[in-house]
Design a protein around this ligand. Structure first.
Ligand SMILES: Cc1cc2nc3c(=O)[nH]c(=O)nc-3n(C[C@H](O)[C@H](O)[C@H](O)COP(=O)(O)O)c2cc1C
Length: 165
């Protein structure tokens, strides 16, 4: 069994999400003897931005130029890492009322038509086999129901199809 631990916080020693994903991994290890934890620190990963070159994801592998292959190599690596995992735990710090740019950049790299996402008779569908994904959110503000801040803490903060209520 494999657990993929994704840490997208910009902070290190003071990061709340890093502390919680580490705690999750520690507990997971206790319950999965022989299991392997793969840690992906996004603050130490060069994550390319989506540029016009992303169009090359629509080409057959054999038609890619060396430059296109190189551009897609990070995406290939991150997708294989996710594919190999049975469970993923993702830290999700709130920065400026949204997910951190590193987490968004990771999502942009792993959502790829033909590899992780396709279209079926009912529209869009995921192509990875079923996995457990745990998202651990940390934020500094209070977004209580009925307050003026509520709107910033709920629907605008949807991540990976979830809802933080
Ligand atoms: C650059 C930055 C922007 C932040 N923006 C928000 C925000 O918009 N709303 C909020 O509730 N907290 C905000 N916070 C507080 C963080 O969500 C909080 O510190 C959380 O613990 C961050 O996760 P981390 O400790 O793993 O980095 C921000 C923190 C930083 C460093």
């Amino acid at each position: 069994m494999k657990l993929l631990q994704i840490d997208p916080s910009a902070r290190h020693t003071s990061s709340v999400t890093r502390r919680l994903t580490a705690k999750f991994a520690e507990e997971w290890r206790k319950n999965h003897s022989g299991g392997e934890v793969i840690r992906r620190d996004l603050s130490a990963t060069a994550l390319p931005l989506i540029t016009d070159d992303w169009g090359s994801t629509q080409l057959e592998d054999s038609k890619l130029t060396p430059a296109q292959r190189s551009y897609l190599s990070t995406s290939d690596e991150l997708i294989e890492e996710l594919r190999a995992a049975d469970t993923a735990v993702i830290g999700a710090p709130m920065y400026n009322f949204s997910i951190s740019s590193l987490l968004k950049a990771w999502i942009d790299q792993i959502v790829r038509i033909g590899k992780t996402r396709g279209y079926g008779p009912n529209g869009g569908q995921g192509l990875l086999e079923k996995k457990k994904v745990v998202v651990i959110i940390s934020r500094g503000g209070a977004y209580e129901k009925g307050t003026a801040m509520e709107v910033f803490g709920h629907r605008r903060w949807r991540i990976c199809g979830g809802d933080d209520r």
